[in-house]
Design a protein around this ligand. Structure first.
Ligand SMILES: [Zn+2]
Ligand SMILES: [Zn+2]
Ligand SMILES: [Zn+2]
Ligand SMILES: [Zn+2]
Length: 229
């Protein structure tokens, strides 16, 4: 009788384990595999944009990701010309799998293609380092500099003397404790002198912070490097 109960308990435990430990994750795995298949099928018909969207969705929702996903995602990113992102995911794939990866040769080929793309980008003056078209800086209108009213003299060009505090006289105490009065040599006794920040120009010519003085900013359009397609 006791043995029967032990057996029953054992069977029950096995049932519990198989139910909670196996069937649950296999369902998510199934969904993930289906999504991957769908994306790869889209890549085969060269719809890289849709495939990329599916991969993005997988990346955003799944906690555990198959290594191969990094490579496939990198390939779609290459085709939609997001070279920097593509390179990041391709490197990640190579780091994760090394020579043992299912797509080792393909990922090396992708790396080569990315190198070519980056070389073309470096040689092009129309785009930024990631291959996005450069447009005129909207902040400085391409002027590279921003002209601002001088903050030190409030655009007057003259300030109260910094040495004598505008008094025109400098007071010093001698060894006997007596005050000595001398005409200020900084302002020649006028109490005012030319603003040292703007040098009397009343305005400041500042390097545009938005474009760091290049006069250009990156747009969201991918550069064609001067080709018309
Ligand atoms: Zn002075
Ligand atoms: Zn000034
Ligand atoms: Zn600018
Ligand atoms: Zn370009």
């Amino acid at each position: 009788m006791r043995l029967f109960f032990k057996l029953l308990l054992f069977t029950f435990c096995v049932f519990l384990v198989s139910f909670s430990g196996v069937s649950q994750p296999s369902r998510t795995n199934y969904e993930l595999t289906e999504k991957m298949k769908q994306a790869i099928a889209l890549m085969e018909i060269e719809d890289y944009t849709s495939a990329n969207t599916i991969f993005r969705n997988i990346l955003a929702t799944e906690k555990v990701l198959p290594n191969n996903l990094s490579y496939h995602f990198a390939l779609t990113l290459y085709h939609i010309k997001q070279y920097k992102n593509s390179s990041n995911f391709n490197k990640k794939y190579l780091n994760l799998t090394g020579k043992a990866g299912d797509y080792y040769t393909q990922s090396l080929q992708l790396e080569e293609l990315l190198d070519q793309a980056f070389t073309e980008i470096r040689q092009c003056e129309l785009c930024d380092i990631n291959g996005y078209q450069l447009i005129t800086c909207t902040f400085c209108q391409g002027e590279k500099n921003i002209i601002e009213a001088c903050s030190k003299c409030r655009a007057v060009g003259i300030i109260s003397c910094q040495k004598c505090k505008g008094e025109g006289v400098v007071i010093t105490t001698d060894t006997f404790g007596e005050n000595k009065y001398q005409t200020c040599d900084r302002c020649s006794g006028k109490g005012l002198h030319t603003c040292d920040l703007c040098e009397g120009k009343k305005q400041l010519n500042l390097v545009c912070n938005a474009c760091l003085g290049t006069g250009k900013e990156s747009s969201k359009s991918i550069c064609t490097h001067g080709h018309n397609h």
